[in-house]
Write a protein of this length. Structure first.
Ligand SMILES: [Zn+2]
Length: 234
């Protein structure tokens, strides 16, 4: 039968987005004075800008035109190469006819949010319908912002600037949970195919995509990263 589409809700209009951004700026500036969230490294310095840069405003405006729900966050600098500049908190994304929930997501840069928005709708939800016969309901993540280095190196991970997110699993509307850890190698042929289609689609929208094929450190998640780097799809 016909699925019932919820009343479409759009992300905040650009003007509203900026207003909300200014509203949270004060709160976050205060919280920066009394300490950062536990997952941040000890901050050496933290400041909040008054307004996003022109390119940041343009990204927020574009995100506001898409049908996702988000809150712009103030810029914060934590020192030692760690910062959250032009980031948003995503509440939910949209498929063609429903909300897509997100689990365990922290701040993401606006450009990462934009890539996620398109990938979830066109690269994951539609793949789930085609290969597994059910729409996507939720994406489970292992988080986004994290002030840390690339494992085994002395340089900062894209997670340290909120330009990367780790994807753990996809929960379908029929209740099935397709995880990278459990289904990449041991799933049914359809589940394995779904995860590889989703990976291929991610490579069209993110600069760096790392999966269990890359190394053991990624046996249980997809690392999705935006930025100017030479593309890597593995
Ligand atoms: Zn990662």
């Amino acid at each position: 039968m016909v699925s019932i589409a919820p009343t479409p809700r759009r992300g905040p209009a650009p003007r509203l987005a900026i207003r909300r951004w200014l509203a949270v700026s004060g709160v976050m500036a205060l919280s920066a004075c009394v300490g950062s969230p536990a997952h941040h490294a000890t901050p050496q310095r933290s400041t909040a800008q008054i307004a996003p840069s022109p390119s940041g405003r343009q990204c927020l405006s574009s995100l506001g035109q898409s049908q996702v729900n988000f809150t712009p966050l103030p810029d914060q600098y934590f020192g030692a190469g760690c910062s959250t500049i032009n980031t948003v908190r995503l509440s939910w994304l949209r498929s063609d006819d429903a909300h897509l929930q997100l689990a365990n997501m922290g701040p993401v840069t606006c450009s990462l949010a934009s890539a996620l928005e398109g990938w979830a709708r066109f690269g994951v939800d539609r793949a789930a319908r085609l290969t597994l016969g059910s729409p996507l309901a939720r994406i489970d993540t292992f988080g986004s912002y994290n002030c840390r280095n690339v494992a085994g190196t002395d340089h900062r991970s894209a997670h340290a600037t909120a330009n990367a997110v780790d994807i753990a699993a996809f929960v379908l509307a029929d209740g099935r949970r397709i995880s990278v850890k459990g289904n990449w190698s041991d799933g049914t042929p359809a589940e394995r195919n779904f995860l590889r289609v989703v990976r291929t689609n991610a490579c069209k929208r993110f600069a760096i995509v790392l999966t269990p094929d890359y190394n053991i450190a990624h046996h249980d998640h997809f690392h999705l990263e935006v930025g100017p780097q030479r593309p890597i799809c593995h």
